[in-house]
Ligand binder design. Structure first.
Ligand code: ADP
Ligand code: MG
Length: 261
């Protein structure tokens, strides 16, 4: 479903990703682990279509189509979702309004595309949206009062991450990229967020879980683990690889693969 091939990415003429290969099929959960600065967020941004990063070589294909030509909003409409490592604060825009815009825009775009292809996807009515939002907020144990607060303003680390996952719950992506969704979470919040993610994951959804630490993977169980260092995936395996890594540490791995610190 989703295929990254020989991806090279630069920013300000500095090469960050140096030939990344990765395939994610429907229903699979892939963990991307790696030390700080290895290029994990860069990969997430490039998938979402961040304009500052330049793809100098390679391709990203989604259901057989080259997505690098698509604008970020088009990628979202087609079902690609990124939960940010550092969610943006947007004073003056309430969570409810932001989410309603995001959801109706993607849903309506899908409805139009379905109609053009002879199928049918319902547009979203405002009342339906409210109901759906309440349901998903309950799933993530978020207080109703959140809906009227400005987006991420004064949110704790855990609240920001919940807000990202709430967005994912409402957008129902087919490829979800979660960038360090565990950072800043205490144990309880980690459980709530992971339970939410697990409840949302289904056989149609591919998922990329980016994390520095193994602990998140005790809650969200990956089928495959990839270790990124210095812009490359240096090692791949099953869930056991995350545990090995935790035992060894990144420093040992650096030495093993001759990666400079
Ligand atoms: P990770 O998410 O694995 O910690 P990043 O993708 O954030 O790594 O960063 C990888 C490398 O790219 C780092 O050396 C970082 O300093 C550099 N980098 C990322 N974004 C930018 C940017 N906007 N401008 C300059 N350098 C950047
Ligand atoms: Mg990062």
């Amino acid at each position: 479903m989703f295929e990254i091939e020989n991806l090279h990415v630069s920013i300000d003429d500095k090469e960050i990703l140096k030939g990344v290969n990765l395939t994610v099929n429907k229903g699979e959960i892939h963990a991307i682990m790696g030390p700080n600065g290895s290029g994990k967020s860069t990969m997430a941004y490039v998938i979402a279509g961040h304009p500052s990063y330049e793809v100098t070589e390679g391709s990203i294909r989604y259901n057989g189509e080259d997505i690098l030509e698509w604008e970020p909003d088009e990628r979202a409409q087609k079902g690609i979702f990124l939960a940010f490592q550092y969610p943006t604060v947007i004073p003056g825009v309430s969570m409810a309004n932001f989410l309603r815009m995001a959801v109706t825009n993607t849903r309506n775009a899908r409805a139009e595309e379905a109609a053009a292809n002879g199928g049918s996807v319902e547009k979203m009515a405002p009342r339906e949206f409210r109901k759906l939002m309440r349901e998903k907020m309950a799933l993530l144990k978020m207080d109703d009062a959140f809906a009227s607060r400005y987006l991420n303003e004064g949110f704790s680390g855990g609240e920001k991450k919940r807000a990202e996952i709430l967005q994912m719950a409402l957008l129902e992506p087919s490829l979800a990229v979660l960038d360090e969704t565990d950072s800043g979470l205490d144990i309880d919040a980690l459980r709530v967020v992971s339970d939410g993610v697990n409840a949302l994951h289904n056989d149609e959804m591919g998922m990329l879980v980016i994390t520095h630490y193994q602990r998140l993977l005790n809650h969200i169980k990956p089928h495959f683990v990839h270790i990124m260092m210095d812009g490359r995936i240096v090692q791949e395996g099953g869930p056991e690889l995350a545990h090995e890594l935790e035992a060894k540490g990144y420093e040992t791995l650096r030495a093993e693969f001759g990666v400079p610190a």
